[in-house]
Design a protein around this ligand. Sequence first.
Ligand SMILES: Nc1ncnc2c1ncn2[C@@H]1O[C@H](COP(=O)(O)OP(=O)(O)OP(=O)(O)O)[C@@H](O)[C@H]1O
Length: 255
Amino acid sequence: MTQDLLVSKGLGVKYGSFAALSDVDLNIRPNTVHSIIGPNGAGKTTLFHALTGSVRASSGRIMFGGQNITPLSDDQRVRMGLARSFQVTSLFQSLPVRENLRLAAQGRTPWQALRMWQAAEANSEALATADALMQRLDLSRVADRAAGELSHGQQRRLEVGMAMASKPRLILLDEPTSGMGIDDIGSMKRLIADLGRDHTVILIEHNMGIVMDISDRITVMQSGRTLVEGTPAEIRDNPAVRRAYLGSMMTGGHA
Ligand SMILES: Nc1ncnc2c1ncn2[C@@H]1O[C@H](COP(=O)(O)OP(=O)(O)OP(=O)(O)O)[C@@H](O)[C@H]1O
């Protein structure tokens, strides 16, 4: 059987004395889309913070590609191939789309990329990566437009592209469709499903239509703990999940 790409065992996070995450076991198989769902305040974002290293685990262990990454910094985890999509606010708003992607392909984080500004001049490999990503993200038409001038949907696709530029093994996407119109949602959904084939995706998403359509596995969280994990069909039919959502989220559309 293929080894899981990411595993957490007994993962816990405390904010002061408040346990935001307790005893979370995750098994993420390679080349899958694995969604994390749950009501507001369930601990989904805190779980992302713990996996990427932006908050310290107060208990438990995280393994990535067979290595214990629990003590590693967020930068070290990025260098190992664990990427989180950048937020719109961290795009270089005044730079063209191609430059944003080229810089992301040069360094593993925006800040490292910025330091490599000079050396980036002649880097044809990074440009080739940027061009290939623009094609895949349907952004070639706006290659020379400043990121800040793009539509909301295009900016959100660019954020995902910035994460892809470092060619990570695992991409964590936090509500990539939030604030999007219906047309943009369709193309983002196809992009994420596609990413699950040649990368591995962990997705936080409130739109249950998307989650049910493109997830291979789903973990449901409630009050900082894992409620249940399974395939979309198993999750849809699970009585505990239905109780947790009072039926409302399982019928599709937005939460
Ligand atoms: N920095 C913080 N300090 C203290 N408590 C926090 C902090 N960040 C989050 N929390 C609390 O931890 C719990 C989990 O929050 P988290 O943001 O992880 O939930 P979530 O499932 O992502 O929610 P949402 O769907 O609303 O984004 C909540 O009760 C929240 O109020």
